[in-house]
Design a protein around this ligand. Structure first.
Ligand code: TYD
Length: 201
């Protein structure tokens, strides 16, 4: 198993978080430490920024800058130290989400995000990204049944369509890193696909 830094991506309602315990179990079966974390968040300061990001209205570029501020803390204090001691890192979202949400859906120019990516990540990229892909109607229907929505989850069909398209475009441009999972299938079928991918990395 060579992939050490694994990220999970997808629209709200795609169901990615449900599969985290299974992935952790499988990685632990290789006898390694697993650090399971999330963005925005993953550090005390990052979690405080998450509160602001998920609930306060703000300019899309302010949002982008705060995402990367939280990410800087996360990389320096959690991700790089964990990788350095040989742990696996599993992050529920990372920079692909910024390209999908802040650029794809909210129109922040991708080249501005690329500048922040280079600055903050200094070449760090996930080894493997699982993209949980669902049609927009499925995502919205799942969210309708969920707990009280955050700022992002209250957006329109058009917003979610742009996110989905941005994610799929990133996946097709980086096929060696991405695995796209059809997350509209049943929970059991999606779990099987996740297991298969993790077993074969
Ligand atoms: P999410 O990961 O879906 O957590 P939960 O399941 O608790 O709602 O919520 C994080 C939200 O933040 C999600 O709507 C996507 C958004 N987000 C961005 O807009 N840009 C980013 O760079 C990241 C990491 C997340």
């Amino acid at each position: 198993m060579t992939a050490k830094f694994i990220t999970l991506e997808g629209m709200d309602g795609a169901g990615k978080s449900t599969h985290i315990p299974t992935i952790i179990e499988m990685l632990k079966a290789h006898g390694r430490e697993v650090v399971s974390t999330r963005e925005p968040g993953g550090t005390p300061l990052g979690e405080r920024l998450r509160e602001l990001l998920l609930h306060e209205a703000m300019h899309a570029e302010t949002e982008t800058l705060l995402m990367f501020a939280a990410r800087r803390e996360h990389i320096a204090n959690v991700i790089v130290p964990a990788l350095a001691r040989g742990a696996y890192v599993l992050s529920d979202r990372f920079t692909d989400a910024t390209f999908a949400y802040q650029s794809g859906a909210k129109g922040v120019p991708a080249d501005k995000i690329e500048i922040l990516e280079q600055w903050v990540q200094e070449g760090l990229q996930p080894d493997l990204t699982l993209l949980f892909d669902v049609p927009v109607e499925v995502s919205i229907a799942r969210l309708a049944g969920a707990r009280s929505p955050d700022k992002f989850e209250r957006e329109s069909v058009d917003f979610f369509t742009k996110i989905r398209n941005a994610y799929l475009e990133r996946a097709s441009k980086n096929p060696q890193r991405f695995r796209v999972i059809d997350a509209s299938k049943s929970l059991e079928e999606v779990a099987e696909m996740v297991k298969y991918i993790i077993a074969t990395i």
